[in-house]
Design a protein around this ligand. Structure first.
Ligand code: FES
Length: 291
């Protein structure tokens, strides 16, 4: 699984865990305290309800003083027949409301979503921090940035030396490096830097001018950059073009059991070689410019 795939899976896992954690917290809070619909009411509403409930529901009408019997009989005889009045009955529902604290009310839906959002953001930021640390931290085993086992020295030498006396590079993808023969150390810029082991050296494929990948040119027996025409002989010494120095190279070693190890975490830069170790070009160039 690649680093990108691990990163994507990790992001998904953290977000899922954050959402589950927020849900579990909300569920447990809700289980401890029964959620009442009244918790959604504001304090002002509760106070208004209590005030209305305490007020008298119906007020009894005042009783008029009774008139003498004779006057009542006269009034009945003179008065038109009355229609029985309709009686409106209003029913007031009395609600008994107890004011409760937010803790007793449990977790509201808004609180739940706020906490879920915070948990998700926290998980996301934590994962970003871990990813940045992982990016900056040197790899402990395998891949570019660590020590790469390129194979046995004997096998490598058999591949880089051709029967006709010429040489060819052995490219190691994990190290992004060309392994080249380097039996002689001509200049002081290579001494004591650990860039030669078992008669071999490991050149970084990246051009030291602007970083293009520098291909091998078999006819000239050198490396020629197609971008701006920088040229290097087969041990990576500067020959021509805008490159400011020799090709960069890695610290190398041969283990007790004959393995050629390239330490791609240790890059060695050297100035343009004034004395060349090998002749260049040994035939037609592949790149015309810069020479
Ligand atoms: S990048 Fe190679 S010469 Fe410019």
């Amino acid at each position: 699984m690649t680093t990108t795939q691990i990163l994507i899976v990790s992001v998904g896992a953290v977000c899922l865990l954050a959402a589950v954690a927020a849900f579990v917290i909300a569920y447990r809070r809700g289980g401890e305290k029964t959620i009442d619909w009244r918790s959604a009411l504001s304090k002002e509403t509760l106070a208004a309800d209590v005030s209305e409930a305490g007020a008298p529901l119906l007020t009894a009408p005042a009783q008029p003083e009774s008139e003498p019997i004779e006057e009542q009989v006269e009034a009945l005889e003179e008065a038109p027949p009355e229609v029985e009045p309709l009686v409106a009955v209003s029913v007031a529902e009395v609600q008994r409301v107890e004011e409760i604290s937010p803790e007793e009310a449990g977790v509201t839906r808004r609180q739940f979503f706020n906490r879920a959002l915070l948990a998700t953001w926290g998980g996301y930021l934590g994962l970003m921090g871990i990813s940045m640390l992982a990016f900056m931290w040197p790899k402990l085993s395998g891949g570019f940035g660590s020590k790469v086992d390129a194979g046995s020295v004997e096998d490598i030498r058999a591949q880089v030396f051709l029967p006709d006396g010429s040489v060819q590079p052995l490219f190691i993808p994990d190290a992004r490096a060309y392994i080249m023969p380097f039996d002689e150390v001509a200049g002081p810029q290579f001494e004591g830097k650990g860039v030669v082991a078992g008669g071999l050296t490991a050149l970084w494929q990246k051009c030291v001018h602007l970083g293009c990948r520098v291909p091998w040119c078999a006819s000239s027996q050198g490396f020629e950059c197609p971008c701006h025409g920088s040229k290097y002989n087969f041990v990576g010494e500067y020959q021509a073009g805008p490159a400011p120095r020799n090709l960069d190279r890695f610290v190398v070693e041969v283990t007790a059991d004959g393995r050629f190890i390239i330490d791609t975490g240790s890059v060695i830069q050297t100035p343009r070689a004034t004395v060349k170790t090998v002749a260049y070009p040994q035939g037609p160039n592949c790149v015309a410019i810069g020479g």
